[in-house]
Each structure stands twice: as structure tokens, then as C-alpha cells.
Write a protein that binds this ligand. Structure first.
Ligand SMILES: CC(C)(COP(=O)(O)OP(=O)(O)OC[C@H]1O[C@@H](n2cnc3c(N)ncnc32)[C@H](O)[C@@H]1OP(=O)(O)O)[C@@H](O)C(=O)NCCC(=O)NCCS
Length: 200
């Protein structure tokens, strides 16, 4: 599996998924650390310190140095990140991770939109067979968003996360290319839409 270099930007109706730019540092700093979002990411909300300039910079640098990570831009500013990881070339599968860090942007379909775009890129451009995600069982909004894209619950890892003094289960969800194709109902041959976007 060869990643296109540079990693292309992906456009959706309301988002641009793109590589970082310098102004993302200020955007990240302004987002701070919302307690509910951080709990859903596995942090103890009682122990959250204010985000520092250095941490905002490190967030952007981590995305820039990752070969398959995008900043999620909405209405002209960075609101989160999405990345593909844990490629297993022989099995043509990978993991997907997303974090929208703006509480005002949650529950508006933006996560679904970003995941669909990256799934399309993975299946049509990278020719992957399967994507997987790990999510805390109490994160019902995330699980619902993943199911909207076509992810199916495949398993439960019991008490895999210790958060704020309690054990929590992780849900594993998986998306096969054929699940995604069935839901998008796109009669075009695989690759045509994204390939057209990359050419434009
Ligand atoms: C997970 C995440 C990407 C989902 O994106 P989103 O834009 O918020 O979600 P969407 O609006 O696309 O879809 C959410 C679905 O859950 C439902 N939902 C919204 N808020 C909910 C809530 N508090 N509890 C349960 N379901 C909820 C919505 O109604 C929608 O389902 P529907 O279309 O059937 O009505 C985003 O919430 C996020 O990044 N959250 C913070 C970090 C995080 O949890 N990351 C995931 C770690 S695995």
C-alpha cells in the first residue's frame, strides 16, 4: 500500500481535510480541552489542565509528521483531526481515528462527513479492504456516527480503559469495503469519484 505523496486534501460539502498550516496552532489553542470531549477520548476530566502554546504547537506538528493525518477544517478554521494508522499491508486493512475538538461542532453530522471522505479515500485510492475503529462503549454519539457510515460492531473488549477511577469497555467496529459500497449506493466504478477529485 503506497500513500500518495503529498497526501491530498479531501473536500466534502462542509469540510476540508488537509495537511496543517501555521494558523492551526492558534485555532487549536482556542479549542482548548473540553471535558466531555476529553472524557470520550479516554482522559480523566477532573485532571485536565489548560492547553499550553507548546501543546497546541505539538498537536499541529504531530499531524504534520504523520504520513496519513488531516486537520479537519470547517468554516475556515481547524476543528479537529482525522488519521489512518496501523496499516497491515498483507490484509489491506487499517485503523481510523477521529477527534473533533470543538463542542459546538458535535452532533451536526460533521464527523460522519469526515469519516465518509476518509473511508472513500481508503477504499478507492488506497484499495484497502477493511477499516477498524476502537471506541469507548459509553461514547454512544461516536458509535452512532460510525454506524451511519456503515461500521458494524464486531466485538467488545471488557474493562480495557481505566477512566476517573472506573473501568470501561471498548467497542471494536469494522467497515468492509462492500459495506461502504452498499451504503453509498454509488454505481460508479471504485476510485472514479476520488480520482476525479484528485485530478481537479
Ligand atoms: C465521534 C465524532 C467524530 C462524531 O462526529 P459528530 O459530528 O459529533 O457525529 P454526527 O453528528 O455525525 O453523528 C452523531 C450521531 O449520534 C447522535 N448523537 C448526537 N449526540 C449524541 C449523544 N450525546 N448521545 C448519543 N447519540 C448522539 C446523532 O443524532 C447522530 O445520529 P443520527 O444521525 O442517527 O441522529 C465526534 O463527536 C467527536 O470527535 N467527538 C469527540 C471525540 C470523540 O469522541 N472521538 C471518538 C473517539 S473513538
Amino acid at each position: 500500500m503506497i500513500l500518495p505523496s503529498p497526501l491530498p486534501s479531501l473536500r466534502t460539502a462542509r469540510l476540508i481535510l488537509r495537511r496543517p498550516i501555521p494558523s492551526d496552532i492558534a485555532d487549536r489553542l482556542a479549542l482548548g480541552r473540553d471535558p466531555e470531549i476529553y472524557r470520550n477520548l479516554g482522559a480523566d476530566p477532573r485532571k485536565l489542565a489548560a492547553l499550553t502554546d507548546e501543546q497546541a504547537k505539538a498537536w499541529v506538528e504531530n499531524i504534520a509528521s504523520h504520513p496519513a493525518a488531516w486537520v479537519i477544517e470547517h468554516q475556515g478554521r481547524a476543528i479537529g483531526e482525522i488519521l489512518i494508522d496501523n496499516f497491515v499491508e498483507a490484509d489491506r486493512r487499517a485503523g481510523l481515528i477521529i477527534g473533533i475538538l470543538d463542542p459546538d461542532a458535535l452532533g451536526k453530522g460533521l464527523g460522519t462527513e469526515a469519516i465518509r471522505a476518509v473511508a472513500e479515500f481508503c477504499f478507492d485510492v488506497l484499495d484497502l479492504h477493511k477499516l477498524s475503529m476502537r471506541v469507548l462503549a459509553f461514547n454512544t454519539r461516536a458509535i452512532r456516527a460510525y454506524e451511519r457510515v456503515g461500521f458494524v460492531r464486531e466485538g467488545l473488549e471488557r474493562e480495557s480503559a481505566f477512566i476517573a477511577g472506573n473501568w470501561h469497555d471498548d467497542v471494536i467496529v469494522g467497515l468492509l469495503k462492500r459495506d461502504f459500497d452498499a451504503l453509498r449506493g454509488d454505481p460508479k466504478p471504485a476510485g472514479e469519484r476520488v480520482a476525479a477529485q484528485l485530478r481537479s
